[in-house]
Design a protein around this ligand. Structure first.
Ligand code: J9N
Length: 230
């Protein structure tokens, strides 16, 4: 079973993982998710996990020691371990990356806060043969910490694990909407009953029962949306 270890100073963010599809995947034994409080690995009365930046500057930097202890603890079993460090400076998360991570046995998410984690954490684990380190961003905007970014990634990854989605047909259909770059192409617009709502009609072709025509119409609409988005 795929294992996910999440390291954070705000474990409560991950209560959402008890809900819905992911909650069900956990109770069904399809995924094993453990949340760890970084502060359990902090020293001293104040259990501090950050300090002022060398070279000066605003804000605080997360200290390497508690991160090293926490990551060592969750990676005791044999590898490989994929360590994902959330940072706005990371590689942009895509559907292709979600697909790749959905095949991994052990993912560790390091949710930093403040101005980031001492860079030696990335350097150290990158030098360890059992580790693959990925610095990942979910998009070009600044969050206060990696927790919400981790929730986004987990949702995208876990729904791709076999058995998690009720209807695997919808996944097969989705795979047709991936570009060669592995980017998700925008879906065609969807309609359900009633056939007329507030003066707006469902496109007639969708009611025609002509499956070839429906397919062509949907592709045309999906391309329109994709072009509009660029
Ligand atoms: N995409 C993205 C990640 C972030 C983070 S991770 C830790 C602090 C901020 N912001 N934006």
């Amino acid at each position: 079973m795929a294992r996910f270890d999440l390291i954070t100073i705000f474990p409560d963010y991950f209560e959402a993982l008890e809900l819905s599809l992911i909650g069900k995947a956990r109770t069904q034994g399809l995924v094993d998710i453990a949340v760890h409080d970084l502060r359990d690995h902090a020293e001293g009365v104040h259990k501090s996990v950050d300090d002022t930046p060398y070279g000066g500057g605003a804000g605080m930097v997360m200290s390497p020691e508690p991160w090293g202890k926490a990551i060592d603890l969750v990676s005791q079993g044999s590898g490989p371990h994929d360590l994902i460090i959330l940072t706005p400076a990371g590689k942009k998360f895509t559907q292709a990356m979600a697909e790749e991570f959905s095949h991994r046995e052990h993912l560790i998410f390091a949710c930093g806060r403040y101005e980031g984690i001492d860079h030696r954490v990335t350097e150290f684990y990158s030098s360890q043969p059992e580790f693959r380190v990925h610095e990942v961003s979910i998009g070009d905007y600044v969050l206060n910490g990696g927790e919400v970014a981790t929730l986004v990634m987990l949702e995208a990854i876990i729904r791709l694990i076999p058995g998690v989605l009720g209807n695997p047909l919808s996944l097969a259909e989705e795979s047709h909407t991936l570009t060669s770059e592995g980017e998700a192409i925008v879906e065609y617009p969807n309609f359900t009953k009633p056939p007329e709502w507030r003066g707006l009609e469902v496109p007639e072709i969708l009611l025609s029962g002509n499956h070839a025509a429906i397919k062509a119409f949907r592709t045309q609409e999906a391309v329109k949306r994709t072009v509009n988005r660029e």
